[in-house]
Write a protein that binds this ligand. Structure first.
Ligand SMILES: NC(=O)c1ccc[n+]([C@@H]2O[C@H](COP(=O)([O-])OP(=O)(O)OC[C@H]3O[C@@H](n4cnc5c(N)ncnc54)[C@H](OP(=O)(O)O)[C@@H]3O)[C@@H](O)[C@H]2O)c1
Length: 249
């Protein structure tokens, strides 16, 4: 029995990394999936890779008019939304002393403002019992050199999950955060690191993780399927760490 049979899902930032892996799992579990991203070429490639039961809608989560167009498309094509994975996000390295206003605005506009308005604008389409999953990070509770602005956005995301369970209480909509640990994706190169630097980082992190290795996007996707499906029907407001134990020690 498929875990998401007949469900309609949205994965923001579904053209790469964790979002793409999750969109694939959602479709494999019987859902119809909308994916988004700013880059049209990557979006088209992802739609092709997923292969069926998927629509790509080019949109930037930090632009409210793009979000309006996204939800108008979902309403027109499917009429409602059962599962929302607010995943689009990212960060760049900037140590305190070198943080610019542009760095701050870009990170908060995507990870916090974009995520908030994605969820808020989705509300009219969500039926009773819908599931919202917010992509936070182990950075929500751990310190990382030169990554404070990103980490602060993820602490905000974690807080949203706590508060929104209360705001959505009457509608029985569940809101949970998922916090991946170290999971190499194309996003790591976007941090401004070369492949060699990414590998060095991965090796340095693996020895700090109780399981002795970093994770894969599909390992995060499987946990998102759990939070999206009825298997987690009594799980609400949590932060599910999928990190090999890294943030637990
Ligand atoms: N990988 C990890 O180790 C890790 C750990 C903890 C948390 N996370 C979180 O996981 C999420 C996905 O990251 P990833 O590692 O899978 O990186 P990724 O491969 O770079 O994917 C990021 C996705 O977000 C989209 N995106 C970025 N800014 C956007 C915007 N303004 N509007 C719409 N889409 C946007 C990107 O598409 P476009 O560029 O085309 O817009 C892309 O699809 C992020 O929220 C990240 O913070 C990742």
């Amino acid at each position: 029995m498929n875990k998401l049979e007949g469900k309609v899902a949205l994965v923001t930032g579904g053209n790469s990394g964790i979002g793409l892996a999750t969109a694939k799992r959602f479709v494999a579990e019987g859902a119809y999936v909308f994916i988004t991203g700013r880059r049209q070429t990557e979006l088209d490639a992802a739609v092709k890779e997923i292969g069926k039961n998927v629509t790509g809608v080019q949109s930037d989560v930090s632009k409210l008019t793009d979000l309006d167009r996204l939800f108008a498309t979902i309403e027109k094509e499917q009429g409602h939304l059962d599962v929302l994975f607010a995943n689009a996000g990212g960060g760049e390295i900037a140590p305190l002393g070198a943080i610019t206003e542009e760095h701050f605005d870009k990170t908060f506009n995507t990870n916090v403002k974009g995520l908030l308005f994605t969820v808020q604008k989705a509300l009219p389409l969500l039926p009773e019992g819908a599931s919202i999953i917010l992509n936070a990070s182990t950075a929500s509770r751990k310190g990382t050199p030169a990554f404070s602005v990103y980490s602060a956005t993820k602490a905000a995301v974690r807080s949203f999950a706590r508060n929104w369970t209360l705001d959505l209480k009457e509608r029985k909509i569940r809101v949970n955060a998922i916090s991946p640990g170290v999971v190499p994706t194309p996003g790591y190169n976007l941090l401004g690191l070369s492949d060699e630097q990414v590998q060095e980082f991965v090796d340095s992190q693996a020895i700090t993780i109780p399981l002795g290795r970093v994770g894969t996007p599909d390992e995060i996707a499987k946990a998102v399927v759990f939070l999206a499906s009825d298997d987690s029907s009594f799980v609400n407001g949590i932060e599910l760490f999928v990190d090999g134990g890294m943030a637990q020690i």
